[in-house]
Design a binder for this molecule. Sequence first.
Ligand code: C2E
Ligand code: CA
Ligand code: CA
Ligand code: CA
Length: 278
Amino acid sequence: AKDDGRNTHRVFTPAMRENATERIMLISKLRSALANDEFELNFQPQIDLASGRIVGAEALLRWNQPELGRVPPGRFIPLAEESGLIIDIGAWVIEQAIATAAAWRSRGLGDIVMAINISALQFRHGNLARDITNALTRARLPGTNLEVELTESTLIDDTDRLEETIALLKRRDVKLAIDDFGTGYSGLTYLRRFAVDRLKVDQSFVRDIDQGDSAALVTAVIQMAHSLGLTVIAEGVETQTQSDQLLGLRCDQAQGYRFGRPMTAAAFESLLIDQAHA
Ligand code: C2E
Ligand code: CA
Ligand code: CA
Ligand code: CA
């Protein structure tokens, strides 16, 4: 409603002002974070449910800010997107994750697929395909050892640029996974159009998998994915019961605290060494 009365200043409550100040403060600290080497990647294991073996790693960004401590990605990623800083930060993630995967591979630690999270903005600006293919070439990592995770909302943003980028990555055999599957828009035609390889079932469904509706949904997703030749990974698997249920539903892979929290590259490498000797 139109209202030019006195109460219009209620638009800015003290809480919101504080929030805006805090955002500006965080963005300004984010600007120097790359140069100051404040970022680190952690890696979380992805497990093949049938064999129990580690088959992949998801790279998850961590920001160690000297004054603020660890700022969670849920807090700084949106600001990095808003400010455009995600382009440079994302390029750093790509470089680091690929170099790490190449190091594991060259040490004979198995055929691990490294999964990286890509924001919609990275498809729209910068040169994502070039950044990724150059990093693969430099590290001599085959594209099959890399997976990009994007959300349904990224695919909705249906531009020629997006289609071209995905085509270039596919030509290098890079895999494509849909993150948080089931939470977004779910037209399904894009699964074929973009030759999606894998669905990551969102942790909200895994959390409630002992309840009828979620179980039915996960069952349907797995059946549909398999009939289209896609694999399915369940996220946020915290208990043995969830893991057993997912295996019973023929879910291919799982990721979650039950199998390992996000950890440093060195810790992940020790897991791979143990596995290679097992
Ligand atoms: P996501 O891609 O859905 O990542 C999964 C999140 O679930 C991670 O949170 C992970 O630590 C957490 N998680 C893993 N297993 C469990 C579990 O068993 N239980 C529960 N409750 N949580 C679990 P994290 O690391 O805080 O990352 C949050 C989000 O930040 C990610 O969600 C992703 O959207 C974004 N993000 C992280 N790293 C990057 C990055 O390098 N680039 C971009 N663009 N986004 C990133
Ligand atoms: Ca992800
Ligand atoms: Ca997810
Ligand atoms: Ca998410």
